[in-house]
Design a binder for this molecule. Structure first.
Ligand code: PMP
Length: 391
C-alpha cells in the first residue's frame, strides 16, 4: 500500500520518458558502443572561457548574482544583439540570463500557458517542448513537417485556433538539422502577425549552420521571444547557461518566476559566458560541417536522407518495411547507439543520428548502419514481406 509520503502529484503522470528509457536500458548493456546518440559537442570548452570562470571563482564571485544575470553579461549580449539585429534600443531592452535554454523554456511555459492553452510546434520536435507544455496543463499541437522538415505555412496556419498561445520554432533544429531560410521565417512572421501570436524561437544551434549564414526569427518579427544558449556553441552543457530577450512584459514575468525557482544562473558560468561571446568557434564548426558531409555521403542514397543544414544531427528514414524502433534495435544489437524517431515525434519512421563524435567512430558507425540497411532489405525480399513486416 502506498503511503502519503510516496504520493506523487498527478501532473507527473503527464511526463512520459518510456521511449528514451527503453533506448538507455538497451544501451546500458553495450560494452563499448559506437555512440551516435549524444546531444552535446565532442569538443571541450575553449581554454580562455575555462580560465575566466576559474578566475571568477578564485576572485570570490561565488555568490548569487542579480536574478536577471550580471550586468556585464547582459551588456555583452545586448551589444551582440545590436550588431546582429541593428536594434537601436538594444541596450535598453530586457535580457534574462537563464539556467540553460531549458531554464528559459520552463519559465516561459509556466508564465504563459493556462490549462487548455495550445502550443504549436513543428514535428519532429525537441522533446522538452511537449513535456513542458503538458506539465503546464497546456495542449501540445505538433505540426507534421515530414518528409523534408520544411515548415509548411498552410499546415501551421491550420493548426492555429483561438486557444493557441504561442508557436515554437527551432532552427537549426533538433532532431532534424533543418535550417529555415529567410523566406520561410518571413512567411512564419507574416502568419504569426496575422494572428497576433508570440513566436518562441529556440536558436540554441545558431552557430551550427553549414550552407548559409544563420538568420534569426528575431530579424523578421517583433513579437519573438528569442532563446540562445552556450551549451552547444561552446560545449558548456554542464555550466547551465542561456539567455532570453523579447517582449518586456513577458521577460518581466519570467524574471519574477526565476527569482522564486532557479534564483539565478551559475555565477562562474556567467563570467565564462562573457568570454564565450568573444570566442571564435569557426574551426569547431568547420569540423562539424565535414562530419555532416560524411553522414550525407554515407547515408544519403542508401537511406534517402534529406541533407541537414545545421545542428549536429541527421534525421534518417529507417529502411523500407521496418519501423524506426525495429531498426534501432538492430543497430544496438550491432553496437551502434542511435535514437528512434518516436522519441521526438508522433511517427516512428526515422532515427536520429548525432555526429558529435570523433571521425573514426562516426565512420565506423556509418559503415555498420549501411550494412544493416542492406541486410534488412535482403531479409524483407527473402521473406517476401515487402513493405509490411510482421512485428
Ligand atoms: N533546445 C534544444 C533544441 C536542444 O536541443 C537543447 C539541448 N538538447 C536545449 C534547448 C536545452 O539546452 P540547454 O538547457 O543545455 O541550454
Amino acid at each position: 500500500m502506498s503511503s502519503h509520503i510516496h504520493r506523487i502529484a498527478d501532473r507527473m503522470e503527464l511526463l512520459d520518458a518510456s521511449g528514451i528509457r527503453k533506448v538507455f536500458d538497451l544501451a546500458a548493456k553495450m560494452a563499448d558502443p559506437i555512440n551516435l546518440s549524444i546531444g552535446q559537442p565532442d569538443f571541450d570548452v575553449p581554454e580562455s572561457i575555462k580560465a575566466h570562470a576559474i578566475q571568477a571563482i578564485r576572485d570570490g564571485r561565488n555568490k548569487y548574482t542579480q536574478t536577471q544575470g550580471t550586468a556585464e553579461l547582459r551588456a555583452a549580449i545586448a551589444e551582440r544583439c545590436r550588431e546582429e539585429f541593428g536594434w537601436a534600443d538594444a541596450l535598453e531592452r530586457p535580457y534574462l540570463i537563464t539556467s540553460g535554454v531549458s531554464g528559459s523554456l520552463l519559465l516561459i511555459m509556466q508564465a504563459l500557458v493556462n490549462p487548455g492553452d495550445e502550443v504549436v510546434f513543428t514535428d519532429p520536435y525537441f522533446v522538452m517542448y511537449s513535456h513542458l507544455v503538458n506539465l503546464s496543463g497546456g495542449v501540445p499541437v505538433p505540426v507534421d513537417t515530414y518528409p523534408d522538415f520544411r515548415p509548411d505555412i498552410d499546415k501551421i496556419a491550420a493548426a492555429i485556433t483561438d486557444k493557441t498561445r504561442m508557436l515554437i520554432i527551432n532552427s537549426p533544429g533538433n532532431p532534424t538539422g533543418a535550417v529555415y531560410t529567410a523566406d520561410e521565417l518571413r512567411a512564419i512572421a507574416e502568419l504569426a502577425g496575422k494572428h497576433n501570436l508570440l513566436v518562441v524561437s529556440d536558436e540554441i544551434y545558431d552557430l551550427f549552420c553549414y550552407d548559409q549564414p544563420f538568420v534569426s526569427m528575431a530579424a523578421f518579427y517583433e513579437n519573438t521571444l528569442l532563446l540562445r544558449g552556450f551549451s552547444k556553441s561552446y560545449a558548456m552543457t554542464g555550466w547551465r547557461l542561456g539567455w532570453a530577450t523579447g517582449p518586456a512584459a513577458i521577460l518581466e514575468k519570467m524574471t519574477m518566476l526565476q527569482q522564486y525557482t532557479f534564483v539565478c544562473a551559475p555565477s562562474m558560468a556567467q563570467a565564462g559566458g562573457i568570454i564565450a561571446l568573444e570566442t571564435n568557434m569557426s574551426e569547431q564548426i568547420a569540423a562539424y560541417r565535414q562530419k555532416r558531409d560524411m553522414v550525407v555521403d554515407a547515408l544519403g542514397d542508401t537511406f534517402g536522407l534529406v541533407k541537414p543544414g545545421g545542428a549536429f544531427y541527421a534525421f534518417v528514414p529507417a529502411p523500407a518495411g521496418e519501423t524506426a524502433t525495429d531498426f534501432v534495435t538492430r543497430a544496438i544489437e550491432n553496437n551502434v547507439l542511435i535514437i528512434p524517431g518516436n522519441v521526438f515525434s508522433t511517427k516512428d519512421t526515422h532515427f536520429r543520428l548525432s555526429y558529435a563524435t570523433s571521425e573514426d567512430k562516426l565512420a565506423e558507425g556509418l559503415e555498420i548502419l549501411k550494412k544493416l540497411a542492406k541486410t534488412g532489405k535482403n531479409r524483407n525480399r527473402e521473406l517476401g514481406t515487402g513493405e509490411k513486416q510482421e512485428r
